[in-house]
Design a protein around this ligand. Structure first.
Ligand code: BG6
Length: 470
């Protein structure tokens, strides 16, 4: 038997800030991603303090999903999607983040969006915060390093849990929560050159853990059917050699960069290895009375995660490096790399699924996986993305082995950037992930016209056959 069950949630994923555009429409406020410039491979994106005249900000219009979502969801329905993952732009609901009253036009947009998904047979899967906090919360409060953010976030959660009750069942509290330490700027913690930057980053992480746990408890109180997960970026790290020091380092990296975050949210407490680590750093994180109890109470229902690539660890110096998601790593001589230097490792998906499931024995949800590629449209206006099909096929095969052979419980699989969108890391459009091509380039030129790539029919067939025809 090589099919998955009929209720397996096949689908695709996007994030509001990378797709919607309409960055000031219907009362939306400025979010952190609205002041991030375009970059490219090897050139970092820049956070500007305000919108600079004559600077291009790719997220402002993105792919204009805000006005194209009906057409986009119709194409997803044609592929047979059973779910669709997106985020709710916090700034559409609370433009500044600290208001009492939400913006009705923003709430209405997501009502319409979720209704459209449901009408087309897709369960909405919602990330509450996907790198897009209100800019005001960064500039006025110092981002997540400030404890008041917990209350602002919970107010946002309460409003959306109540409003979309009965429409949305699957939620994730923070996209790639480990980014708060890997790239604290995404959590609004700025000033890398300041002495207290590390302390503020860890304090921000604590606030997100408390906020996430309280959101889980609140979400369950508002609707007992809600399934609320964490979302962790998986940084799979293998030892380069069998040298014990390499094995030790790889395991250390796995724990500190990935498992620490899921351990805290699944088990509801700081594991002793985390406590010891923070002690060694000499950081005095403010933990208020009730925080640890709240974390214990708000354990997540499932482990959502993104998986793109793996890297290796070694104590050897002067070794070849390669790129990666939010981090760079050491090159694995056995793996190919994408144009952006991300190593392609399908077996790593089965590996991490088993590591998670052995550790927690709760369902997993693969909410991001895919290949960023600079697709070229041929003379017939078509993208023949056999490389993407090969990547996804290999990963889905490994996922199936984890489910069917190893017995790992999995809720679903949502391919990242099912419609081409703005890259989070580089701001490029040319780093494409979609089954659906969007005519727009890195400078914002193009008609925004949507068209099917070769992978579109392939994925349709995968879903129709419950994963059998790969
Ligand atoms: C994940 C993020 O880290 O990776 C997405 O959740 C992001 O927002 C995706 O787009 C792919 O990364 P990139 O840099 O290729 O867009």
């Amino acid at each position: 038997m090589s099919q998955l069950s009929k209720d397996f949630l096949w689908g695709g994923a996007i994030a509001a800030n990378q797709a919607e555009g309409a960055y000031l429409e219907d009362g939306k406020g400025l979010s952190l991603m609205d002041i991030v410039t375009a970059g490219k491979k090897g050139v970092s994106r820049r956070f500007t303090n305000k919108i600079e005249k004559d600077t291009y900000y790719p997220n402002h219009e993105a792919i204009d999903f805000y006005h194209h979502y009906k057409e986009d969801l119709a194409l997803c329905e044609e592929m047979g999607f059973r779910c669709f993952r997106t985020s709710i732009a916090w700034t559409r609901i609370f433009p500044l983040g600290d208001e009492d009253t939400p913006n009705e036009a923003g709430l209405k947009f997501y009502d319409d969006l979720f209704d459209e998904m449901i009408k087309r047979g897709m369960q909405p899967v919602v990330t509450i915060s996907h790198y897009e906090m209100p800019l005001n919360l960064v500039q006025k409060y110092g981002g997540w390093a400030n404890r008041q953010l917990i209350d602002f976030y919970l107010h946002f959660c309460e409003v959306i849990f109540k409003r979309y009750k009965g429409k949305v069942k699957y939620w994730m509290t923070f996209n790639e929560i480990n980014s708060v330490i890997l790239m604290p700027e995404i959590a609004g913690v700025v000033g890398r050159d300041q002495d207290d930057f590390l302390l503020r980053s860890y304090q921000a992480a604590h606030h997100q853990f408390v906020a996430s746990a309280k959101a889980v408890t609140l979400g369950h109180q508002i609707d007992k059917d809600n399934q609320i997960g964490c979302m962790v970026l998986t940084l799979v790290n293998y030892p380069l050699t069998s040298r014990p020091e390499d094995v030790e380092l790889a395991e250390y990296n796995m724990r500190m960069k990935t498992f620490a975050f899921s351990d805290i949210q699944v088990k509801g407490h700081y594991p002793r290895y985390v406590q010891k680590y923070v002690e060694r750093l000499g950081l005095h994180i403010q933990i208020e009375p009730g925080d640890l109890e709240a974390m214990k109470e708000g354990c997540v229902d499932f482990v959502g995660f993104s998986y793109y690539s793996s890297s290796v660890a070694t104590i050897q110096k002067d070794i070849e490096k390669t790129g990666g998601n939010l981090t760079s790593g050491v090159k694995n001589p056995y793996l190919e790399t994408s144009e952006w230097g991300w190593q392609v490792d399908a077996k790593g998906l089965r590996y991490i699924m088993n590591r998670f499931y052995d550790r927690y024995e709760i369902p997993l949800f693969i909410v991001e996986n895919g290949l960023g590629y600079n697709d070229q449209v041929n003379a017939n206006g078509y993208v023949e993305d056999d490389y993407r099909i090969a990547y996804l096929k290999a990963h889905i095969e490994e996922m199936k082995k984890a489910i069917l052979i190893d017995g790992v419980e999995v809720i679903g699989y949502t391919a990242w950037g099912c419609i081409d969108l703005v890259s989070a890391g580089t701001g490029e459009m040319s780093k494409r992930y979609g089954f659906i091509y969007v005519d727009r380039d890195d400078l914002g030129n193009g008609t925004l016209k949507r068209s099917k790539k070769k992978s579109f029919d392939w994925y349709k067939n995968v879903i129709a056959s419950d994963g059998e025809n790969l």
